[in-house]
Design a protein around this ligand. Structure first.
Ligand SMILES: *Cc1c(COP(=O)(O)O)cnc(C)c1O
Length: 347
């Protein structure tokens, strides 16, 4: 097959990724792992794992066994956990892959026991989110006795807010820790780490903040941007004053304008809600988005970008907290939405 470069690329800054992990590790006051589900929040789980493992990260979390399988063979002695546990159709993968299930229900616990593996597993207890995990009364009712629990986990529902639910979940998890033996205990995601080292226990599980997301103001200034989407200019055109650009004619040239058409659109995860606030940069010049985003194309006002030519790369504005506030998308959606047409490359 011929290797043809895409007109979209995602530059991924490995030094920023590692710097974010180190900051999170320091704040954790505990071992710091990494959530790399959804293909490393869209950046590429394999690359994220490689760079973080080299920096000393030893614990990784994916959602499904298919995601775990895609990471094989594992390098070195990293630990990999599968957050969604074991469904009936997962047992072959769970038996063969060097990863641990995070058991999420009494059914999953029974399934794991029946498999007769006797291998260590992780267990999720629910302390108020009501998503996955055994209820406290289920976890304390004897179902876990004799299980080799490597990590007992719970997950915070409102850590990105100043919510009393955080204190309640912390207290509930502490109480469970007294009564359920495990080698390690783990509660905090990125936002939870920002709540203070009380939430750190033995192991933390950041995702978003590794990749440049700022989950709470405590992380302002400490977290660096990691993902930099770029698109090639397909065409430059002159639009006379008074004419409009794009579907629905939502942008009108106030003066004779130079418009750059870029090779990117909502099919690449650059959604229509960027209209009105999105933008890009070329050599420190600003290119505001003009009109509606199409499926594969988007127009930018290149009036300030003298010298920009067809085939040049423009860098999208993609500072996650800022763009999230402007677009109404979450920082998670901004990352995980970036599509397969972006060539990922690490620097
Ligand atoms: C996704 C996930 C994390 C990471 O959360 P962030 O908010 O991205 O830091 C941690 N733990 C569990 C159980 C998760 O599902």
């Amino acid at each position: 097959m011929i290797d043809i470069a895409s007109p979209l690329r995602l530059r991924i800054d490995s030094a920023a990724l590692v710097s974010n992990w180190r900051w999170l590790a320091t704040q954790s006051g505990a071992a710091c792992g990494a959530a790399i589900k959804a293909d490393g929040y869209g950046l590429g789980a394999r690359g994220v794992m490689k760079h973080l493992a080299a920096a000393g990260c030893g614990d990784f979390f994916v959602a499904t066994w298919a995601e775990a399988a895609a990471l094989m063979p594992l390098a070195g002695d990293v630990s990999l956990s599968v957050l969604h546990g074991v469904g009936a159709s997962d047992m072959v993968a769970a038996r063969t892959l060097p990863a641990r299930p995070v058991l999420n229900s009494l059914d999953q616990v029974a399934r794991w026991r029946e498999s007769g593996e006797g291998r260590p597993c992780d267990v999720m207890v629910d302390t108020g989110m009501n998503r996955l995990g055994l209820r406290p009364e289920e976890a304390l009712g004897g179902a876990l006795e004799g299980l080799k629990i490597e990590t007992l986990l719970s997950h915070l529902a409102s850590a990105d807010e100043d919510s009393e639910q955080n204190d309640r979940q912390l207290a509930a998890f502490r109480a469970l820790r007294e009564r359920i033996p495990a080698r390690r205990y783990s509660l905090a995601n990125s936002a939870g780490i920002c709540l203070g080292s009380d939430y750190g226990f033995d192991l933390t599980r950041p995702g978003l903040a590794l990749y440049g997301g700022v989950p709470r103001r405590e992380a302002d200034g400490a977290i660096r941007q990691v993902a930099f989407p770029e698109a090639r200019v397909l065409q430059l055109r002159d639009v006379p004053a008074g004419e409009t650009v794009g579907y629905g004619a939502t942008w009108t040239a106030a003066r004779a304008s130079r418009i750059a058409i870029a090779n990117m659109g909502y099919a690449d995860g650059y959604l229509r809600c960027h209209s009105g606030s999105g933008g890009a940069r070329w050599q420190a010049r600003t290119l505001p988005l003009a009109g509606r985003v199409s499926m594969d194309l988007v127009a930018f006002d290149a009036g300030e970008a003298d010298g920009l030519g067809e085939g040049d790369w423009i860098a999208l504005d993609y500072d996650l907290p800022e763009v999230a506030a402007r677009s109404g998308l979450s920082q998670y959606e901004l990352l995980t939405g970036l599509g397969g047409r972006f060539d990922r490359y690490w620097i």
